[in-house]
Design a protein. Structure first.
Length: 219
DNA sequence: ACCCAGGGTCATA
DNA sequence: TATGACCATGGG
């Protein structure tokens, strides 16, 4: 069994399933992926609740709004002007698929990823979050915690680009889409738990405890 | 008052 | 290619 699978099993048994992504509908998950960019989930969740309160958390409703109208509704998520632009642009793109996630499912993952990445303010992580959590494609989502944790335990050097890190997981982590979902969620959980930006000395991360210290970067 | 949080983009060298 | 600046709210 590859070390990545061991780490996954260890995290899963330690924290339990995280049941990501929180969200009642595919559209809510998708918009949430944009709103959660570089902000605490609680801030993003407030913006989502506000959209819900205004009965706008449906593509056909929200597509009628201009970015300037969306922005004040999502203030709590931070960067609200950019995120309002991103949402408006996403809806303009989504219209070509009749606002139908059913139709999106017919599109191959690679093409979907390219189209999402072509949208403003949708970068690698946001695109992959939508692919994994909304559309249930077997795609690994790389975030800041992933790079930090796996660099700290020595499986990464810290100089890899997004696609390099993702390739490591795609090449070596054997799991279902569900496992890819859980792994990323568990990494975030573990990151918030013990792998803060400033290393807290003395608190040994359970991954290191799991795999030991003699690791060399794979890739 | 600082630091951080489930990033992305653009100008500059 | 690789940094730095900028976007911005809210909780600790």
């Amino acid at each position: 069994m590859h070390i990545l699978n061991k780490i996954y099993q260890q995290l899963l048994s330690h924290y339990g399933p995280q049941h990501w992504w929180p969200g009642e509908t595919q559209f809510e998950v998708t918009i949430g992926a944009i709103l959660a960019q570089n902000v605490s989930w609680t801030n993003a969740a407030k913006a989502i609740e506000n959209l819900k309160k205004h009965n706008l958390l449906q593509p056909q409703k929200l597509s009628g709004k201009k970015a300037e109208e969306i922005a004040p509704l999502i203030k709590s998520s931070g960067y609200y002007n950019q995120k309002a632009d991103a949402i408006a642009a996403f809806l303009r793109w989504f219209e070509r698929y009749d606002y139908s996630f059913e139709l999106l499912q017919k599109v191959p993952t690679e093409r979907l990823r390219e189209e999402l990445l072509a949208l403003p303010r949708i970068g690698h992580e946001t695109a992959d979050s939508i692919l994994l959590y909304t559309l249930e494609r077997r795609i690994f989502v790389v975030d800041a915690y992933t790079k930090r944790i796996f660099t700290r335990i020595g499986l990464l050097t810290g100089k890899e680009k997004y696609n390099d890190v993702q390739h490591m997981f795609h090449a070596h982590f054997a799991g279902t889409t569900r496992d890819y979902n859980e792994f990323h969620a568990l990494i975030v959980k573990h990151g918030k738990d013990v792998c803060a930006k400033k290393p807290r000395c003395g608190r040994c991360c359970i991954i290191r405890w799991c795999v030991g210290n003699a690791l060399t970067p794979i890739l």
